[in-house]
Design a protein around this ligand. Structure first.
Ligand code: NDP
Length: 517
C-alpha cells in the first residue's frame, strides 16, 4: 500500500466516516477539478492543538540533543524518502490543489533541495563563532551561537502545499526545533502525507514534526498553544489576525504574505524572452503563485512587440485537468470569485482584455480562468492594486525604465519582481532599486530555486525570511557568551576601580576614536 493510501485510510479512520461532507468534527478536502473527496480529516480543537504542541515540546528536547550532525543525518533520511516518492506525492498535490502533475513534481523537487540545504548548512551558520571582544573587553573571549527556540508553529497556504511550508518546516527543524504544522484546509492530505513520511523516515524522533488539521480556528489555536515562534504564510489579512493572536503571548512571528509583483521590460530587452517569462510567471499554477508576475511595465520602445508576443503565447495556453493542460482549475471557489471581480473591475474601468477575460463554467464549477492579458487598466483598478492570484496579467506602456520602476514600486506589497534589460549593469541596478525582497534579472522566479538565498517580502508582503542563512537564523535565538581570559590591572566594572580609571579610559577612547570627523 502506498503512503498516500495509508495516509488516506488513516485520515478516514481518524474521521470515523466516509461521508464526503465529513462527520461532526471532521472535514473533507476535495479535488477542485472534479469535486471528488480526496480525504476526510479531523478538525483539531484548541485542546488537541495544545496537547500536540506539548508532545512536540517533549520531542524537541531529544531533537535538540541530537546536535547538528544527528539532525543532518535524519533530515537526509527524510529528503531521501521524499525524493524516492516524488511522483506519489505529486499525484496527491495534483488531486488536492488541481495543479498539473509536472508542476507538482517541480514544486516537490525544489522543496527537497531546500531540506538538503538546510540540513547541510545548519552547523556552519548556527554553530558557535568567535567574535572580536573590542577595546573595552580585550581580556575576554567572545562568541555567538544560534540556539533552537523550542517548538515552531507553521501555518501554510494551499497554492504550493509542499514547497511553501517547507521553507519554514525544514529550516526550523535544521535549526533544532520541533515543528507543529497546520496546512490549509484545502490541502490537509498533502500536509498529513509529509508528517507521515517524517514518521517513517525518522522513527526515533517521530514527534519532532507533527501536523494538526482544521480550518482557521485550528490555526488560531496554534498561535495560542503556545508555541515559541509562529511562521505564517498566507494573505496579509489573515497575517494580521495571526499577529494579533500571537501578541497575546508575545510570541514572535514570521510573516510570508501576498504580493503584486511587477516585471519591467526595458528598451533593449530580449522581448521574446521577456514575454515567455511573463506568461510563465503570470499563468503557471493558474496564477496562484505568491511571487507570480501580475503587472508588466514595458517601455514605449518595446511595448507593441511585447504585447504581441505575450498575447500570442497566452492564447496558446489551455487550462484543464488532463496531462496536456498548461494549468489547472482555481484551487478554491473563493479564489475564482476574486479573479472574476478583478476582471470585471478592469474592464468596467476602461481596460480591455486582448485575450482571455473570462471564467469558464460548466461541470468544473466555474474554476477554469482563461489566460488573460489586460491592457489600459487604470492604476486604481483592483486588478492593479490588489493581489489577483489568477492567470491574468496587466501590461502598461511607460516612457522609460525609471517610470517603470516608479510604477512597479507604487504598491503596498513588496514580495518579488523581475527586470528584463539588455544591459547587465542597468538590469542589476533596477533590480536593486525595486522595492521587494527578491528580484530576478532576465528571468522570473529564479531566486526561489536557490535555497541559499533568503525569501521574504516588505510592506504588506510581510517580514522575516525563510531559506538561506537568514532562514536558518529566523528559527533560532542568538546567544552571546563571554569568557574572561585574564585579569586587567584595572577592572572597569568593579566598585574597586581606582578614581582615575574613567579619565584614563576617556583618554584612550579619545586617542582611538577622537580623530574621526
Ligand atoms: P489565507 O490567509 O486564507 O490562509 C493561510 C493559512 O492561515 C491557512 O492555513 C488558513 O487556514 C490559516 N488561517 C485562516 N484564518 C486563520 C486565523 N484566524 N488564525 C490562524 N490561521 C488562520 O491564505 P491562503 O491559504 O488563501 O493562501 C494564499 C495567500 O498566501 C496569498 O495571499 C499568497 O500570496 C500567500 N502566499 C505567500 C507566500 C510567501 O512566501 N510570501 C507563498 C505562498 C502563498 P484555512 O486554509 O484552513 O482557512
Amino acid at each position: 500500500m502506498s503512503l498516500a493510501e495509508e495516509m488516506h485510510r488513516a485520515g478516514r479512520a481518524a474521521a470515523g466516516t466516509v461521508d464526503p461532507h465529513g462527520a461532526p468534527g471532521t472535514f473533507a478536502s476535495t479535488d477542485p477539478a472534479s469535486g471528488a473527496v480526496v480525504g476526510v480529516f479531523p478538525v483539531h480543537d484548541a485542546d488537541t492543538v495544545r496537547a500536540t504542541v506539548a508532545r512536540a515540546r517533549i520531542a524537541a528536547e531529544h531533537w535538540r540533543a541530537l546536535g547538528p550532525d544527528g539532525r543532518r543525518r535524519r533530515l537526509a533520511a527524510w529528503r531521501g524518502y521524499l525524493a524516492r516518492r516524488v511522483h506519489e506525492l505529486a499525484e496527491l498535490v495534483h488531486r488536492e490543489s488541481g495543479k498539473p502533475h509536472a508542476d507538482a513534481v517541480l514544486e516537490i523537487c525544489l522543496a527537497v533541495d531546500s531540506v538538503a540545504w538546510a540540513g547541510r548548512h545548519a552547523r556552519r551558520v548556527l554553530g558557535p563563532r568567535r567574535v572580536r571582544p573590542g577595546l573595552l573587553s580585550v581580556n575576554h573571549a567572545a562568541s555567538v551561537e544560534y540556539q533552537p527556540l523550542g517548538v515552531v508553529g507553521v501555518i501554510g497556504p494551499w497554492n504550493y502545499p509542499v514547497f511553501t511550508p517547507m521553507g519554514s518546516i525544514a529550516y526550523a527543524l535544521a535549526a533544532g526545533n520541533a515543528v507543529v504544522f497546520k496546512p490549509s484546509e484545502h490541502t490537509p492530505a498533502v500536509g498529513t502525507w509529509l508528517a507521515t513520511a517524517w514518521r517513517a523516515a525518522v522513527p526515533d524522533c517521530a514527534d519532532a514534526f507533527l501536523v494538526v488539521t482544521g480550518s482557521g480556528g485550528t490555526g488560531a489555536a496554534l498561535c495560542r498553544a503556545p508555541v515559541d515562534k509562529l511562521a505564517f504564510t498566507g494573505s496579509a489579512a489573515t497575517g494580521r489576525a495571526v499577529m494579533a493572536a500571537c501578541a497575546e503571548t508575545l510570541t514572535p512571528v514570521l510573516m510570508e504574505c501576498g504580493g503584486k509583483d511587477a516585471m519591467i521590460v526595458d528598451h533593449d530587452a530580449d522581448v521574446a524572452a521577456a514575454a515567455d517569462a511573463a506568461v510563465w510567471g503570470a499563468m503557471s499554477n493558474a496564477g496562484q503563485t505568491c511571487i507570480g508576475i501580475e503587472r508588466v511595465y514595458a517601455t514605449a520602445a518595446v511595448y507593441d512587440r511585447f504585447v504581441a508576443e505575450v498575447t500570442a503565447r497566452a492564447a496558446r495556453l489551455r487550462p484543464g485537468s488532463d496531462d496536456e493542460a498548461a494549468y489547472g482549475p482555481m484551487t478554491t471557489a473563493g479564489q475564482a470569485d476574486v479573479v472574476r471581480r478583478h476582471l470585471a473591475d478592469a474592464v468596467s474601468s476602461g481596460g480591455r482584455a486582448v485575450t482571455g477575460g473570462g471564467v469558464d463554467g460548466g461541470p468544473d464549477h466555474g474554476r477554469y480562468v482563461r489566460p488573460t492579458v489586460l491592457l489600459d487598466v487604470p492604476d486604481d483598478s483592483a486588478a492593479v492594486t490588489e493581489e489577483t492570484f489568477g492567470p491574468t496579467l496587466t501590461v502598461t506602456r511607460v516612457r522609460d525604465a525609471e517610470e517603470a520602476l516608479a510604477r512597479a514600486n507604487a504598491t503596498a506589497y513588496g514580495l518579488a519582481g523581475a527586470v528584463f534589460s539588455g544591459s547587465r549593469r542597468r538590469g542589476v541596478d533596477l533590480a536593486r532599486r525595486m522595492r521587494s525582497g527578491m528580484t530576478s534579472v532576465n528571468a522570473v522566479l529564479a531566486f526561489a530555486a536557490v535555497p541559499a538565498l533568503p525569501f521574504g517580502g516588505v510592506g504588506e508582503s510581510g517580514f522575516g525570511r525563510v531559506h538561506g542563512e537568514d532562514g536558518l537564523r529566523e528559527f533560532a535565538r542568538a546567544k552571546a557568551v563571554t569568557r574572561r581570559r585574564f585579569t586587567l590591572p584595572v577592572e572597569l566594572m568593579s566598585f574597586g576601580r581606582p578614581a582615575g580609571a574613567a579619565d584614563a579610559l576617556a583618554r584612550v577612547v579619545g586617542l582611538v576614536h577622537g580623530r574621526h570627523r
